[in-house]
Design a protein around this ligand. Structure first.
Ligand SMILES: [Zn+2]
Length: 397
């Protein structure tokens, strides 16, 4: 690795580890069933499963925890035809830990966003459970989890999804607290991830009392976090209860994790799931506002997924798939994005594509979230006609 802050590759990590590569190779196996991808996928999932044996205190998270491992294992299980014993064990661990977590979390809400968010919290657990809505063991837990999210959505500051404004702690460290409360509006760590989960579940026939009302409250909360820019509305990263609306005067970055693009896809999915065309219209405004910005304002500096061009390209593609009309501005931007991603391929680069860190420059990263595997998934999804079912990890569909 070149000039990377001390990130540690982990067998149990989805973002930067073997779990993420197992999913990436699993998708390639769907695209090219006879090209040897199965062996690669199996080797990564086997390493992850073995690591679980020596990590009894693994957390629940989708991105470094039991939900991520379960997702990858189920993804490679060929609809449950293999890995049945291992998957049964992982699922049982997941159900026990999730139940204990839901018992422990206060009725009033969370104290830190990583208790509920997509990356580390119960929304990530829900993203995994949403892939097994035909499994009798998963449905009651998913219903309970969604019921809790619905209830939290009805609480105002300082409760519900209003959490400590202290920065997120390092993994494994206790949460910091702050008397100031903030509402995170992004997909990765905030309420747009909750909205996307409600939408995805509703679109797959999961019906929990109050889901539509909860989605409505979350959309309203996002609307209250909008600011005007010369290019159109912008979704702030977060709102604080001590001062209205937003925390900075510059637009949020154009990305999946935070900002207009990821939030727009959540709004679009929710609009479709709950038959609310106005949410889709707001989503379209956010998309157009983001892609009209000049490059120094978008702050896209890498070809990767989380906050790079591959993520932008995938979001634009999927957004257009569900848009009821053609918008040439979106098509043109997606095409230029694709050209730019392809232009950054380098056969001399260690993994073909490099991430780029604003402080340290190019970074060789093979991982899913901010590395070459995420770029490969987006390009493979564009090139063929195999549905990009890996995107459930990002709650994009
Ligand atoms: Zn990001």
């Amino acid at each position: 690795m070149v000039g990377v802050p001390a990130l540690q590759w982990s067998a149990l990590d989805t973002a930067f580890g073997d779990v993420g590569l197992a999913v990436a190779f699993g998708y390639m196996l769907r695209v090219e069933p006879d090209s040897g991808w199965d062996e690669a996928a199996h080797s990564y999932i086997a390493r992850s499963a073995a690591a679980l044996e020596t990590s009894p205190h693994i957390g629940l998270g989708l991105y470094r925890g039991i939900s991520g491992l379960a997702f990858a294992m189920r993804y490679l299980s060929l609809r449950g035809q293999r890995y049945a014993r291992a998957l049964g064990r992982v699922d049982s661990l997941l159900v026990d830990q999730s139940t204990a977590t839901l018992d422990r979390l206060p009725d009033a809400g969370c104290t830190a966003s990583d208790q509920y968010d997509l990356i580390s919290g119960v929304v990530g657990v829900g993203a995994y459970l949403s892939t097994m809505t035909d499994a009798p063991s998963a449905v009651p837990l998913l219903h309970r989890l969604l019921g809790r999210l619905v209830a939290w959505s009805g609480r105002s500051a300082p409760d519900g999804f209003w959490t400590s404004a202290a920065p997120l702690p390092e993994p494994g460290r206790p949460p910091k607290d702050s008397p100031v409360r903030c509402l995170d509006l992004g997909v990765a760590h905030g309420i747009s991830g909750v909205l996307a989960l409600l939408a995805v579940c509703a679109r797959h026939g999961v019906d929990v009392r109050g889901m539509h009302g909860a989605a409505d409250r979350l959309v309203t909360a996002v609307r209250h976090g909008l600011t005007d820019t010369p290019w159109g509305p912008d979704v702030a990263y977060r709102r604080h209860d001590s001062h209205p609306h937003h925390e900075t005067s510059t637009p949020s970055r154009v990305a999946w994790c935070y900002g207009n693009l990821g939030v727009a896809r959540s709004l679009q999915l929710a609009g479709l799931a709950f038959s609310e065309p106005a949410w889709g219209q707001l989503a379209h405004q956010l998309m157009r506002s983001a892609i009209r910005r000049p490059p120094d304002v978008t702050r896209i500096s890498a070809p990767t997924f989380c906050h790079g061009q591959a993520g932008v390209l995938h979001l634009l593609t999927r957004f257009q798939d569900d848009l009821p009309f053609h918008d040439p501005l979106l098509t043109e931007y997606a095409e230029s994005c694709l050209r730019s991603v392809l232009g950054q391929y380098g056969p001399q680069k260690k993994f073909g594509f490099s991430d780029f860190h604003p402080l340290t420059g190019p970074v060789d990263n093979p991982g899913l979230l901010e590395g070459a595997a995420g770029v490969a998934l987006v390009l493979a999804s564009l090139a063929g006609d195999v549905p990009p079912d890996w995107e459930r990890l990002f709650l994009i569909g």
